[in-house]
Design a protein around this ligand. Structure first.
Ligand code: SAM
Ligand code: SF4
Length: 335
């Protein structure tokens, strides 16, 4: 059914929303120290949208002008039947309604899905690697095996996909490896993005102890590598430089500064069908209720319009606060 309120999602500040990030599960096979506690309680499975509901909801956003989808989580590749969703969403690429279908993953399962992802039209994958030292990698993820993750990266590269590595800068944990990460990514033709720890959800320690400003990361990189600032923007929070010696890009995601909010082009859907218009704010819209209210898409599309009309100007993160700025974990909202 056609939309009642027009095709474009433009918020009150004139920003066009063209990018939807979708968390398909809050579950994960890792327990990264900055992301969740060791004994994390996950949502009851009945709370989750079915894959068919996720497809219907994503398709509604595409009809309303979203051009890029990123599937994330939790760990998206641990959701049973997830390739059905990639295949279903791939049809929008084939008919030109979608420019990009991307994935963010911890890569534990990536090796076995690489070829199928390529076949579904996925061209880019973001992989989180916070250490290149197997023991440290295990300590950060509490469970993960670095060799599996590296095999996953190699498999998607062989399948022809571009890989970007995401690394959360952790004071006293991986700050001695920053220059090596740049070399590792250069050798594999991968771009690299450093992320500051964000205060989302309760964890076992204090985030202020983990927090390392990216100005310090950049200083460390420049001890070994030549960086040039670029104007390249992805519509998101990252600022980019190029590394003269490798030719690869490095992004810096500094959510504690507000400098990116004015160009924000994205919203986030949780695995329960809640839409968050800003990663760092609590205001949300329950799209699952509209999805389950009936088979007509018109009320659903109207609810999407109403939500976009409430997209706030910017976030409210302050790392020093004792309590998390937002109670939900990144794994629920989708990183
Ligand atoms: N499991 C997948 C992964 O790790 O790539 C996808 C979901 S994960 C929540 C997405 C990204 O969010 C990862 O790069 C992870 O490092 C990052 N992340 C998780 N919690 C974070 C936090 N509190 N602050 C900053 N980044 C965080
Ligand atoms: Fe899982 Fe990703 Fe969170 Fe690590 S960062 S616990 S891999 S969801």
């Amino acid at each position: 059914m056609p939309s009642t309120t027009g095709p474009s999602l433009i918020d009150p500040f004139g920003r066009r929303v063209t990018y939807l990030r979708v968390s398909v599960t809050d579950r994960c096979d890792f327990r990264c120290i900055y992301c969740m506690s060791e004994h994390m309680t996950f949502l009851p499975k009945a709370e989750l949208l079915t894959l068919e509901e996720l497809d219907r909801l994503c398709s509604a956003f595409i009809r309303k002008g979203v051009r890029k989808l990123r599937i994330t989580g939790g760990e998206p590749l641990v959701r049973r039947g997830i390739m059905w969703l990639f295949r279903a969403l791939g049809r929008h690429l084939d008919r030109g309604a979608l420019d990009e279908l991307a994935l963010t993953t911890n890569a534990s399962q990536l090796a076995r899905y690489a070829a199928e992802l390529a076949d579904c039209g996925v061209r880019r994958v973001n992989v989180s690697i916070d250490s290149l030292n197997a023991e440290k990698f295990r300590a950060i993820t509490r469970i993960g095996r670095l060799d599996q993750v590296v095999a996953g990266v190699e498999a998607v590269r062989e399948a022809g996909l571009a890989v970007k590595i995401n690394t959360v800068a952790l004071k006293g944990v991986n700050d001695d490896e920053i220059g090596d990460m740049v070399a590792w990514c250069g050798d594999r033709d991968c771009d690299l993005t450093f992320i500051e720890v964000m205060p989302m959800g309760e964890i076992d320690g204090y985030r202020s102890e983990q927090y390392m400003p990216l100005t310090a990361v950049r200083d460390k990189i420049e001890e070994r590598w030549t960086l040039t600032d670029t104007d390249y923007r992805s519509g998101g929070p990252a600022r980019y430089v190029t590394v003269a010696e490798t030719g690869r890009r490095i992004g810096f995601i500094t959510p504690h500064s507000h400098n990116f909010c004015e160009s924000c082009n994205r919203v986030r859907l949780t695995c329960t069908g809640t839409l968050y218009m800003c990663l760092g704010r609590d205001d949300s819209a329950d799209l699952r209720a509209h999805l389950r209210a009936g088979s007509s898409d018109a009320p659903l599309e109207a609810a999407i319009d109403d939500a976009i009309a409430r997209k706030p100007k910017g976030h409210d993160f302050v790392i020093e606060r004792a309590a998390p700025a937002v109670a939900r974990h990144m794994s629920v909202t989708g990183g």
